[in-house]
Design a protein around this ligand. Sequence first.
Ligand code: ASP
Length: 439
Amino acid sequence: MLKVVKFGGSSLADSAQFTKVGNIIKSDARRKFVVPSAPGKRYKGDTKVTDLLYACYAKAEKNSDFSSEFSQIKARYNEIIKGLSLTVSLDDEFAEIEKNFKAHVGSDYAASRGEYLNGILMAAFLGFEFIDARTVIFFNEHGELDAEKTNEILGKKLAETENAVVPGFYGCGADGNIKTFSRGGSDITGSLVARAVHADVYENWTDVSGFLIADPRIVDDPAPIDTITYRELRELSYMGASVLHEDAIFPVRKEGIPVNIRNTNHPDDPGTWIVESTGKKSPFVITGIAGKKGFCSINVDKDMMNSEVGFGRKVLQAFEESNLSFEHMPSGIDTMTVFVDQKAFIPHEQHVISTIHKLANPDTIDIESDLALIAVVGRGMKSMTGTAGRIFSALAHARINIRMIDQGSSELNIIIGVANADFEKAISAIYNIFVITQI
Ligand code: ASP
């Protein structure tokens, strides 16, 4: 049994957090490969080292004095060294980074140093080998991850290693320079390492005990999700539930490796399991609820639309021409509605309308804004009758007007459109009926 463990920034924010992480790793000899993030926030209002690095480099690029930001960064690492009584020094590294900043080597290089330095400290702390991600993770000339090259080289390197630390978030670009993933990308590194060593589990340690059924800012003390499938997770993350970087699923999915989200501050909590498939029933019909505000609906009416071949394509072409992607497209006999992101749509609004008129010649076009979409997701819905009915009933009791309902053909989710103003109330009502009262 082999485990790959990734620790997020808040799990490594200072020496006290490092100590917790050390205890977690040492308590299980199967935790052989470790992927650290950069030190994150120690308290609310604190600044992550990655943000300090970006700010520092922005000054360096303008040839302004960046010594104050740079001192803050150095102080963060020196506190960890001192707090853990490590014998390593990062002074040579700091000097080189400073020199490279002055030479304007690039903001990806700058940001990556957060993980790089933390990786050196983590390796020293654990007595593990340090492997620079630059030598084992690769991007292609389009700036995308080169998954196969990475898997091959990373796999070979790790096969020769008993225990290792591979810093998260960056690798080597096609030009040989450092390149980072998008923010939160250490999750992807962890997943790549898990795939490369054929791990039995990828543990992703953070500051929450896994996924919750609903957003705790909306629902009081929501129940945790014990097990969720990759596809359910994709539906929920798309709708804004974020714990794991979206691209982190793909590498482990290729190998069917489960991901276990765990809490560094509560290591005994079982956390959430993300799996390819499971026969385990979730305790409720639904697995989770997530949603987003800020959508527009464009309702297009035309008599006899149903018999006009190609009408839908022409309407969608108008969106495509403005490079707008659409979210949902419920339709009636003589109407079709297209849901789009409001912020993206507004600048193109009049152009899209005139293009629809030109291409599809509808009778009327009507736009509604300030709508929210809510996804009710669950693998259990397929085999249950009445799920949609329960949602309707919960929303009716809460006096919420449903503006749209759309059930995915996979029967994995039901999407509901409501006014932005009803968003929180709707989520609470759905949560209550499925989780609290269960009627
Ligand atoms: N340190 C990087 C960030 O703040 C990457 C990560 O933490 O995963 O986005």
